[in-house]
Ligand binder design. Sequence first.
Ligand SMILES: [Fe+2]
Ligand SMILES: [Fe+2]
Length: 339
Amino acid sequence: MISPAGRGVDLMHAMRRVRAELGQEHRYAHTLRVARFAERLAFAHGEDPAKARLAGLFHDLARLYSAQQLLDACTARAMTIDEFERANPIVLHARLGAELAREFYGVQDEAILSAIRKHTVAAPAMSRLDAIIYLADGLEPGRSFTQRAAYAELALRDLGAALRAVLESTIVYLRGRGLEIAPQTRAAAEAFGLPAASVSGRHLESVRLLRASAPPDAAPPLKGFTLPDLLTTVRDAAEDKKGEDFTILDLEGRTIVADTFVIVTGRSKVQTRSIADAITESVRDGGFAVARTEGYNDGGWILIDLGPVVVHVFTPDQRQFYNLERLWGRPAEARAQSS
Ligand SMILES: [Fe+2]
Ligand SMILES: [Fe+2]
């Protein structure tokens, strides 16, 4: 299961379970975007990216529960339910989600659980990881509000400033619609030094200033070989075994999972294994290291971790089900690097 430090967790297994648990593709897609942005924020702020990724992946486990299911599930666990939560049961999905992550995914790490718990209404005391998950949830690229991109940019530079900006705009939004503001959100706003809620020019100003000093994205170094070499080796091996729909996704250094995903289809589990074998062998023959391979026995989704490149060999149905292409980016033009 999941180690206390949140490390060594197999991303593929977690994704597989969360995908099955959430059912709804739309929610799963949001979850991956949050995990991905949280990881990037963690990377930028010296927080543990593995923990951020996990917290992101698990943050909405209870989001599809109905109001009554949330109340029932919390009551069954003898969780306290305050007046605001009683009137707005939807917010309970955050605290319940942490319980589900613990019970069903074996997450023991209190930092991860805390971040899941606080992701919806925030809290007066927020750790760096708490802030990262709260911000990643609100600022992931699927959200569509005017300042999203600017705030996301700000979050990469200054978590505190981004937290204040998002809390402030949340309060303004809720007030504008005559909706009740959670006491925890109010307390958070006060604790983070927000005066009466009105979006001041202050935060936008800091966005502009900080943009100018953006550090480059960190990308894992390639030691002694080039990315095109590695991709060519992988493609040749896959095509040799009649792998289909060879696709390269350029993740542009936005994740520590890898710089690049390679996706290829085998018609059957026998074929996916033979493609995986061929890739592993060629890569090793070429002097590249294979960090690990996952899913070989099942064969429906075999992951080969080559460091900067992660290869996914799918059967057609599994490829369609997980749809990494749609969720993780546009195909790169790396195909042209074959020649
Ligand atoms: Fe949520
Ligand atoms: Fe969410």
